[in-house]
Design a binder for this molecule. Structure first.
Ligand SMILES: Cc1cc2nc3c(=O)[nH]c(=O)nc-3n(C[C@H](O)[C@H](O)[C@H](O)COP(=O)(O)O)c2cc1C
Length: 451
């Protein structure tokens, strides 16, 4: 009875977002207490994944931008820990072997890959992790990528989404080319699999021609968990049509609520049930025993941020070249390029409204991009997370730890007990797959039901 009551209660979903060196704050690697070398040493990731699993988090999420930004200015580039990082699926495969319950999700771009390769990698990751894989579907916005994939320029924003829409349908189709119970391994009849339970995909579209079948069994989860973080019109539409989890960056609860209700409306317009999709805004937490201590933690890192790199990163977020403008002058008014992402306009508007300088805007962008920032005590953090959760701005959060491993440990050891005390987060895993952690259904096989 008590267990039933517990299960029927809505709980937060929690993911931890990490990439390159794992520290979300660009300057954190310079602090002596931080791991600086997670881009070189798998053990750092294993340590972090174990902390997250101890906290019973839903998943570790490895972001990816494929190519290191900034090679045309190596002096600036050399002042960050973001010139190296492990390829996500390789890394997640290792983490799957060193954890037992934690979901392992990562970014793979639809712009710089072929769907068959991606379907194969993720089906393999799902199987070897026992059903814990997730895919962050991105179109990629890093202008440096084009030069590593035989193109002069990045593909235009809407063309990338046009390709992504078809790309994901091919991947999902390939996952269904074997039925769940195809592998009879019948030594007597001599059938390894039942020949009635394999299907061709026979896809022919604008971008791809893929026959199938996929040479990996259907994933344990049916389909690995699909994550989308698009914010533009086509980005939101893709998320509404296919995502199980939606990531977003929203700086305050009002923006979070507007996004939450817009996405739920869009999800319903595709005939899907909004409650079957988890919307997880990012949050970067500076925790202190007092508010003053939390502020000092933030300022300590801000003082270490390399300004030229911060300005370059802001330029990528804005889709504009900001080099050469006075750093203590206003944010310049520039036409944005065709690769401009949709998510940063509010920060640009905010900078203009508050008369922030280029330096100030760039530093904020490097500490937290346009994500929600909480600086405060355990009570402050729990209050604000609860506020978003109960007031229709979030189904949980994507945690962006400013500094690892300390901020992950603090979250698990200090914040989680308070969220649990308030009945907002589970005490134990209740299933074994990532879909089960998130309370998501296993998708039926679309090809099996067709025959
Ligand atoms: C939490 C979060 C994680 C993201 N991770 C990645 C990533 O790993 N790689 C990437 O290229 N883009 C990533 N993005 C960018 C989004 O995929 C998307 O491009 C961005 O939100 C702008 O939306 P748009 O593509 O619809 O213009 C991420 C965005 C958010 C909010």
């Amino acid at each position: 009875m008590q267990a039933d009551r517990k299960r029927s209660r809505r709980m937060m979903s929690l993911s931890a977002f990490m990439y390159f060196d794992g520290n979300y704050n660009l300057a954190a690697w310079r602090r002596p207490e931080a791991y600086a070398d997670a881009g070189l040493d798998i053990q750092r990731w294993i340590d972090c994944a174990r902390i997250l699993e101890r906290g019973k988090l839903d998943m570790i999420f490895v972001a990816d931008y494929t190519s290191p930004p900034g090679f045309d200015d190596v002096e600036t580039m050399s002042q960050t820990a973001r010139s190296i990082g492990f390829e996500p699926v390789t890394l997640l495969s290792a983490l799957a072997m060193t954890t037992t319950r934690l979901g392992v999700a990562g970014t793979i771009s639809t712009t710089w890959n072929e769907p068959y390769t991606v379907a194969r990698m993720l089906a393999s990751l799902d199987r070897l992790s026992g059903g814990r894989a997730g895919w962050n579907i991105v179109t990629g916005r890093n202008p440096d990528d084009a030069k590593n994939f035989s193109r002069e320029d990045h593909m235009a924003h809407d063309d990338r989404y046009d390709r992504a829409e078809e790309f994901v349908d091919v991947v999902f189709g390939l996952w269904d080319t074997f039925e769940d119970d195809a592998f009879v391994i019948d030594r007597t009849s001599g059938h390894f699999f039942d020949p009635t339970k394999i299907h061709g995909l026979n896809h022919r579209g604008k971008h791809f021609a893929v026959r199938g079948p996929l040479g990996v069994p259907r994933p344990i989860q049916g389909h690995p968990v699909k994550v989308v973080a698009g914010d533009s019109e086509p980005g939101r539409q893709l998320g509404a049509r296919v995502a199980d989890v939606i990531f977003t960056s929203k700086g305050d609860i009002k923006a979070g609520q507007a996004f939450y209700s817009d996405m739920r409306r869009r999800i319903a317009s595709f005939g899907r049930i909004p409650d079957h999709v988890k919307i997880l805004p990012g949050v970067t937490i500076y925790l202190g025993d007092s508010r003053q201590e939390a502020d000092e933690k933030y300022e300590r890192l801000e003082a270490l941020l390399p300004v030229p790199y911060a300005i370059r990163q802001l330029g990528i977020l804005m889709g504009a070249d900001l080099t050469g403008f006075p750093v203590d002058g206003p944010l310049p008014d520039l036409p944005t390029s065709k690769v401009r992402p949709g998510g940063f306009q509010k920060q640009i508007d905010h900078a203009r409204r508050e008369n922030l300088t280029l330096r100030q805007t760039a530093l904020r962008a490097c500490a937290a991009k346009s994500h929600f920032v909480i600086k405060g005590t355990v009570q402050d953090v729990a209050d604000q997370m609860e506020d978003w959760f109960v007031n229709e701005a979030a189904d949980g959060f994507n945690l962006l730890p400013p500094l690892i491993p300390g901020d992950l440990e603090d979250f698990v050891e200090k914040v989680l007990p308070e969220l649990r005390r308030r009945g907002l987060f589970r005490n134990e895993y209740e299933g074994s797959t990532l879909r089960e952690h998130l309370g998501l259904k296993r998708p039926p096989n679309a090809l099996a039901s067709r025959s």
